[in-house]
Design a protein around this ligand. Sequence first.
Ligand code: EPZ
Length: 419
Amino acid sequence: MDKFLIDGPCRVKGKVLISGSKNASLPILAATLLFDQPVIIKNLPRVRDINTMFNLIKSLGSKVILSKDKKTAKIINSKNMKTFASYSLVKTMRGSILVLGPLVAKYFKSKTSLPGGCLIGARPVNYHLEALKKLGMNYEIKDGYIIAKSKGRLDGKIIKFPKISVGATENSIIAGCIAKGTTILKNCAIEPEIKDLSNFLNSAGAKIKWSGRTCTIKGVNSLNQTEYSVMPDRIEAGTFCVAATLARGNLEIQNLNPKIIKTELNLLKKVGAKIRIEKNKIFIKGPDKIKSIKNINTKAFPGIPTDLQAQLMVLMCKAVGKSSITESIFENRFMHVAELQRLGAKIKIKNNRATIEGNTKFIGAELMSSDLRASVALVLAAIVSHGKSYINRIYHLDRGYEMIENKLKKIGVKIKRLK
Ligand code: EPZ
């Protein structure tokens, strides 16, 4: 298994081009199952999770033609698509549950594996199932699979989500697009990736309208051919902005509308970063002294994203003074803490709140990645550690960060991938 060797401490300086968003690409690729016409998706990130989704839709009968640079996919569904999403594919990527909505909406049946949990939590899908059930999907759970069917086209309904859920909102929007009548979804997640999914579907003739956390979808009979470019990855952008703040860096983040990470940038300004924004660029300079933030609390958009929590924890380790981070979205998303403690961090955990001492001098060490975002937090910590750090199991990183070592090398990080 590949590992990274990082020789720290390094400062970061230069330009970073943000890749397409993994978490916008996955629901958009799942939604292509609704199409009878070929559909072209551009600006896809070249990361493992996207390949997994390609393999999943190919296993269902879609043809996926990739451009030379692998950032554009032309997807052509066959006349006799399958509706079986196997555990072997779904277990490697939880986002696979997003094929359930389109398969039932389009083919009135599906046997989709339950995704199973992952290191950050049990990851149940009850909100997905309850919403699709209200639209007319009947299902039973058998041998770890969701055996679903509907008596013909789904029926638009008014659905209020009991809790904000990105995936359940996405599955319901996709299914609602070709349901009969109007579907009104309340208490929706409103992450930018969900708006990107809506924009993609509307570009193909869907009728999706937003008002706050309410999404209204007028069902259509079918979707037209379209060509759509996926939004940039705001978590990748946020990660590099944390890197600049952490390592007294000076970065130009290109290819992202700064508005979608306004909350994160305001937090980094409070920490001491100097930030200047232009239409599609962010110039960020890290401070000599990193100010601590009493309590950082992860929330659904537009709050501080849980996917940036681990990265912000590394930043607070280097801050002057005490801070705390509360993880309100997932029940077990502190896997990175034990690894940071091995680098010298002084962090205490009580339930879902971590208290961080600050003023940490990180000393390089052997480290183990656990989930995608925890892994990138270890990379950030290694960048500001004294000496060599080895980060193992970086396949977690490859799931969601496109060629991260190339991007880091370009801004001055001494990093090598060891096979
Ligand atoms: C999406 O996961 C993202 N994944 C996650 O990013 C992200 O952390 C998360 O949203 C929150 O923003 C993709 O977009 C592919 P949720 P999702 O449904 O949809 C509970 C990454 O690193 N819940 O908003 O699974 C759930 O357990 C990944 O890119 C239920 O209880 O998140 C969690 O505690 C990690 N029942 C909370 O709700 C359900 O049916 C929020 O989950 C669904 C969710």
